[in-house]
Design a protein. Structure first.
Length: 330
């Protein structure tokens, strides 16, 4: 017969096992740090936001987020996310690189990912894009749509990444029309260049006044001023990163799509499923990482012949028949 003390020990053992079995697994907690311009910039950051929201909608898992408004916040935001127990932290933009390198070393058991830069650490995934390939295609579209033989480009911060957009765009335009004139302006040399639509509009109007009838904006929220200027002048603009065709239907020729949304979504998903790996992922037209938009908002602007030529050029880039110069590899 079991005495009272032995019975108590047995009951305690069963209770301990029951509690262990019911203990929740470690919570999956993703996080994202947006860069200057804010998550509703209708461009780069907003594409990242769309990817995070897609993951949240499909899994019902909420994510932590922070919008950087000054440069000093980047590193601290990443560190705060790590301290709060985030499983994977995605930093949006090349400017997050130095802060992420420091914080990832401090928290070697936390997974990190960065978009538009490379951080070579065993707990960091780096996602970069072949923007020059997508820009080549929209440069072709600009040249095919131009009636003046003059097109323009307005960049954000004057950095090699934006020069990559500009060179690809110029090569695409000249692939269609070797004699075409391509105007180029950069908005500034500081991060403020990503969020200055007034200046973007001024630069676009200057290019329109010089004869350009299509202007490509690769400038974050600054590009909204370029799109508005095109509408006001009755000319055409080309959007960037997100599909911006809907902003001013009928005056946005196309948008150079950069699938930052897919990068964020797949990063969260792979970590949750145990498939995440460190290293560099480079996404071009072959990986559907960059491309151009055709939808109900620009359908009348993109003719069947234009679409056919763009599809052929896309196939030729993938096949290696067209080699687009990468400014950052020169």
């Amino acid at each position: 017969m079991v005495n009272a003390s032995k019975l108590a020990v047995i009951l305690l053992a069963f209770l301990t096992l029951a509690l262990a079995d019911s203990a929740p697994a470690q919570e999956f907690s993703p996080a994202i740090v947006f860069d200057m311009g804010g998550k509703f910039d209708k461009s780069f950051n907003e594409a990242a936001y769309a990817g995070a929201e897609r993951f949240k909608k499909e899994t019902a898992i909420a994510y932590r987020e922070f919008e950087v408004t000054n440069e000093a916040q980047r590193e601290q935001a990443l560190r705060n996310m790590a301290r709060r127990g985030s499983t994977i932290i995605v930093g949006i933009g090349f400017s997050q690189a130095s802060g992420m390198e420091k914080v990832a070393k401090e928290f070697p058991n936390v997974k990190f990912a960065i978009v538009d830069a490379v951080v070579d650490l065993p707990n960091v995934s780096s996602i970069v894009f072949k923007e020059h390939e997508g820009s080549f295609l929209v440069g072709m579209a600009a040249a095919m749509a131009s009636k003046t033989g003059k097109v323009g480009f307005v960049g954000g911060m004057d950095i090699p990444l934006i020069r990559r957009f500009a060179l690809g765009y110029e090569e695409g335009a000249k692939y269609v029309n070797p004699k075409i004139e391509v105007f180029q302006n950069m908005t500034g040399t500081t991060p403020a260049a990503w969020n200055d639509p007034t200046r973007g509009g001024e630069l676009a109007r200057s290019q329109f006044d010089r004869g350009a009838d299509v202007v490509f904006a690769a400038a974050g929220a600054t590009g909204l001023g370029v799109l508005q200027a095109a509408k006001d002048k009755g000319r055409l603009a080309i959007g960037v990163d997100s599909n911006q065709d809907h902003i001013h239907p009928g005056t946005i020729l196309t948008s150079m799509i950069k699938r930052v949304d897919l990068a964020v979504y797949e990063t969260f998903k792979r970590v949750r499923e145990g498939l995440w790996q460190p290293g560099v992922r480079s996404l071009g037209v072959a990986e559907n990482g960059v491309g151009y938009s055709i939808d109900q908002y620009n359908r009348l602007l993109m003719t069947a012949d234009m679409e056919r030529r763009l599809q052929q050029a896309r196939a030729d880039i993938i096949a290696g028949k067209i080699k687009v110069t990468d400014y950052m590899a020169k």
